[in-house]
Design a protein around this ligand. Structure first.
Ligand SMILES: Nc1ncnc2c1ncn2[C@@H]1O[C@H](COP(=O)(O)OP(=O)(O)O)[C@@H](O)[C@H]1O
Ligand SMILES: [Mg+2]
Length: 229
């Protein structure tokens, strides 16, 4: 089982919106998906009630019970756990980061979100976790200078997931109905964005962790040294 967490200290960046639509895209791509809603507002628990289907289970879990809950999901054969965290510093965010194989940090292309992303990145780095940024709610004409600056800033801070996610009514309508955008309007641009985003996340999850790479290379070095001796 792989675990991804949508985290940033900034409310409104799109964590819950993207977590729900990525969950649906991943489900359609064959994953067994479970959403853990860490947010006391329980946004995705409400989304699930509106959805009224059992294909993607959603449960509110307090941070103290997160690791136990994840172990139980892995034992049950869930292949992808998605954590939606609240938009503030504290034990919820810390627990989400600790549990994640990959932290996805969404930001809108504005200075306040970008500053918040930087702080979140520090928290994630402190815990030695992998992370990638995501630019959300970009104006549909993506060539705007503001979007370009945002994309460059996030790339410089350590990697930006494709695609740039546009601001579209589909995201809001799908959320209201308990759907993902790929269910609300399967042929729409937003649906294509979420399919691409899931592919990007999946590729990113396959990358060996830096610790693994170091272990592998030091094992190689040790072997070579033994041979030379
Ligand atoms: N790509 C998008 N296009 C249009 N509206 C969006 C998009 N992403 C998020 N929103 C809207 O922005 C608001 C905040 O999103 P939300 O997912 O609740 O953020 P967070 O969980 O980070 O606080 C919601 O009203 C949501 O519908
Ligand atoms: Mg939210």
């Amino acid at each position: 089982m792989r675990t991804i967490a949508f985290v940033t200290q900034k409310g409104g960046a799109g964590k819950s919106t993207l977590a729900s639509s990525v969950a649906v895209a991943a489900r359609h791509a064959g994953e067994r998906v479970f959403i853990i809603d860490l947010d006391p507002l329980q946004t995705l628990v409400k989304w699930s009630k509106a959805r009224g289907a059992a294909d993607i289970a959603v449960e509110h879990v307090p941070p103290t019970k997160l690791s136990k809950a994840l172990a139980a999901l892995a034992a049950k054969g869930v292949t992808l756990a998605i954590i939606d965290a609240p938009g503030q510093e504290g034990e919820h965010l810390a627990a989400a980061v600790r549990a994640a194989d990959l932290c996805v940090i969404p930001a809108r292309p504005n200075a306040f979100d970008l500053w918040a992303s930087e702080i979140t990145r520090l928290r994630v780095k402190e815990k030695g976790k992998d992370y990638a940024f995501l630019l959300n709610q970009c104006p549909p004409a993506q060539q705007s200078a503001r979007v370009e600056l945002g994309a460059k800033a996030l790339q410089a801070m350590g990697g930006l997931l494709a695609p740039l996610v546009s601001s579209r009514v589909d995201y809001q309508e799908a959320a209201r109905l308990g759907w993902g955008v790929s269910e609300y309007n399967p042929d729409g641009v937003a649906a294509a964005e979420m399919r691409e985003l899931w592919s990007s996340i999946k590729r990113r999850l396959k990358k060996p962790k830096s610790g693994d790479a170091t272990k592998a290379s030091s094992a190689k070095t040790a072997k070579a040294a033994k041979k030379a001796a």
